[in-house]
Ligand binder design. Structure first.
Ligand code: GLU
Length: 478
């Protein structure tokens, strides 16, 4: 049975890189009718954020990912929060200590700082020098029981060797054990570090595939050694490429949004974000961009994940969101806009008018959150022209002629609709002899005060005759 886990730390939000890891895991789980496990890696007591676990799980749900085991759901391999598994780690660490694969280290932070500085100044890579590696075991035990502050370190073999990992994405990767150090596996607060907890939990939870970010690749020798010390078979590994800013630095909060909830709040659809993020580092066999969730589940494979970093291209994300919004049916779009509409001054407008306006705006909407600004065209009575090009064109004599004639023609018709707007404009053309841009731009600018916007005949249909007369008069007075 295939079992994969998503194991975030509760640091406050779901990072888009985390969502990608969760998606790839989940696609694989779905393909193999396996199980998907959520495990909270909350052993870093300094970095806990209230409510983070709940936020993480809610965001996975928002993306459409289904979990089979988690702190909320439970399961046969719990507890699913590392902070509730301390007793389990303790037993495992004791085994390592008993078998001499780990030892107590009493070095003070001060000593370690000095050591690091000294090594750096000589141009060496900072690493633990093994000061406590060969302490007498009895003496160490006494110091521990007397309450002296200490950590536990795992022992890297004295005789260097090459460890090889068969990564599902990178193929065979080898690292010399001499490049790693005696890693701390239990901190002075008694909590395990990531390295110990991840190995123990992945084994006990019977995880078959560990999928995680490339930043963990250098840690694999420590993990492989721990598997060996415990006498366990390691799972399969897949290390995903980094997600990059356009300048190819690692995607960071400083250069923009990285939290999935930010994208949700800005009005990106979950299907957009899932589609977009899945294409960060994975290339489908077919040359196309738009994939539904179930298509992604079908198409995904680790073999087609790249080794090199993937650039997070905001313009592509916007394009994609626009595509998805265009393809929503009107009612679905209206329903999804609700949380955004209630934050606008137009929430109380007549629902059928609002719906009409939304339908007109739909083809041009890039995000749901834009709806407030876009709706002001329809419902803001005192819209001000801000575009200098619009203003200067409306002040030209030619424009004024067109608009004066437009008012005349409007007064001659009973009502103004999408159907007769064309003939009204035709009459303006025949009387003034203006056509093309000279005819249409003054009309569009006068009615919308913007250089670009939705189809004009749809807008005038919604406005009706009286309002269009009023707007044309306003423009004449600019
Ligand atoms: N807690 C680790 C993180 O958030 C998990 C890494 C892993 O999946 O092993 O990056």
């Amino acid at each position: 049975m295939v079992r994969l886990r998503f194991a975030p730390s509760p640091t406050g939000y779901l990072h888009v890189g985390g969502l990608r890891t969760a998606l790839f895991c989940w696609f694989y789980v779905c393909q193999h009718a396996g199980k998907f496990i959520f495990r909270l890696e909350d052993t870093d007591q300094k970095r806990l954020v209230d409510g983070a676990e709940n936020d993480l799980i809610r965001m996975l749900e928002w993306a459409g990912i289904e979990l089979n085991e988690s702190p909320e759901i439970g399961g046969d391999y719990g507890p699913y929060r590392q902070s509730e598994r301390l007793e389990i780690y303790k037993q495992h660490v004791q085994k390592l200590l008993d078998e001499d694969h780990a030892y107590h280290c009493f070095c003070s932070t001060e000593r370690l700082d000095n050591l690091r500085n000294e090594q750096r100044s000589k141009g060496d890579t900072p690493r633990y020098d093994g000061f406590c590696r060969n302490l007498d075991k009895k003496e160490s035990s006494l110091r521990v029981t007397s309450g002296e502050s200490h950590v536990v370190r795992m022992r890297i073999p004295e005789i260097p060797e090459t460890l090889v990992l068969n990564d599902l994405i990178r193929g065979s990767v080898s690292i010399e054990t001499s490049q790693t150090e005696d890693q701390v596996i239990v901190k002075s607060d008694g909590f395990p570090t990531y390295h110990l907890a991840v190995v123990v939990d992945d084994h006990l939870m019977q995880i078959t595939h560990v999928v995680r970010g490339e930043e963990w690749l250098p840690s694999f020798p420590k993990h492989l050694l721990l598997y060996r010390y415990f006498g366990w078979n390691p799972p399969e590994f897949a290390h995903l490429p980094l997600i990059l800013n356009p300048d190819r630095t690692k995607l960071s909060k400083r250069q923009g949004d990285v939290a999935v909830e930010d994208f949700r709040d800005q009005g990106y659809l979950p299907e957009t974000l899932v589609n977009f993020i899945s294409l960060l580092g994975w290339s489908p066999a077919e040359d196309r961009e738009l994939f539904t969730l179930s298509e992604l589940v079908q198409e995904f494979s680790f073999e087609r994940v790249n080794k090199s970093g993937a650039v997070f291209d905001r313009e592509k994300l916007n394009w994609m969101n626009q595509q998805y919004i265009q393809n929503l049916d009107h009612d679905d779009l209206f329903r999804r806009l609700h949380p955004f509409l209630v934050k606008t001054p137009f929430a109380e407008q007549d629902a059928s008018l609002l719906k009409k306006a939304v339908n007109i705006l739909q083809p041009r909407l890039v995000t749901l959150a834009e709806i407030g600004n876009r709706l002001s065209l329809f419902f803001e009575e005192n819209l001000q022209a801000t575009d200098p090009d619009v203003l200067s064109l409306l002040r030209e004599d030619n424009s004024k002629q067109v608009l004066a004639e437009f008012i005349k023609q409007l007064e001659a018709v009973e009502i103004l609709t999408e159907e007769n707007f064309g003939s009204v404009v035709k009459n303006v053309q025949n009387t003034t002899n203006f056509k093309g841009k000279n005819l249409w731009l003054p009309l569009r600018y006068a009615i919308t005060l913007e250089a670009q916007g939705p189809d004009l005949k749809l807008i005038v249909d919604l406005f009706g005759k009286e309002k269009c007369v009023r707007l044309a008069r306003r423009a004449l007075e600019l």
